[in-house]
Write a protein that binds this ligand. Structure first.
Ligand SMILES: [Zn+2]
Length: 126
């Protein structure tokens, strides 16, 4: 199915949003979903289900990433070589609702890394 917003790209995510009339579900492509997931208040997004697994074949995931006590979602995405929307979607499956600008703690980041088979390495901050 094509993306309901741009009508051009294949949709990859089913987004459930809270709107004034109730709840709406939209199937969007990654490009259209990403700004929504990055900017909309997390409590407006009730869920995001990826219709196909994010394609990692072209991404060279690192063996490990260094994590401080907290890391912003966008920094973590960059460290993993993923798009922020992929990290936000994965965090939703862990029932953590954040936007790209938010920070998550080490434990949450480590849990996310392990889902991608990436070893989280704590950085000692002097
Ligand atoms: Zn689209």
């Amino acid at each position: 199915m094509l993306c309901e917003q741009c009508q051009q790209n294949q949709s990859i995510v089913l987004l459930t949003e809270r709107v004034s009339e109730g709840v709406t579900r939209r199937q969007l492509c990654g490009a259209c979903a990403e700004p929504l997931l990055a900017e909309v208040k997390p409590d407006q997004i009730l869920g995001a289900t990826f219709l196909e697994a994010p394609k990692f074949r072209n991404n060279a995931l690192p063996d490990s990433v260094e994590l401080g006590e907290t890391v912003s979602v966008s920094d973590l995405a960059a460290a993993l070589g993923l798009r922020p929307v992929q990290v936000i979607g994965s965090l939703m499956r862990l029932e953590v609702f954040v936007s790209a600008k938010d920070s998550i703690d080490f434990a949450t980041a480590a849990q996310l890394c392990s889902r991608y088979g990436v070893i989280p390495r704590p950085v000692c901050i002097a």
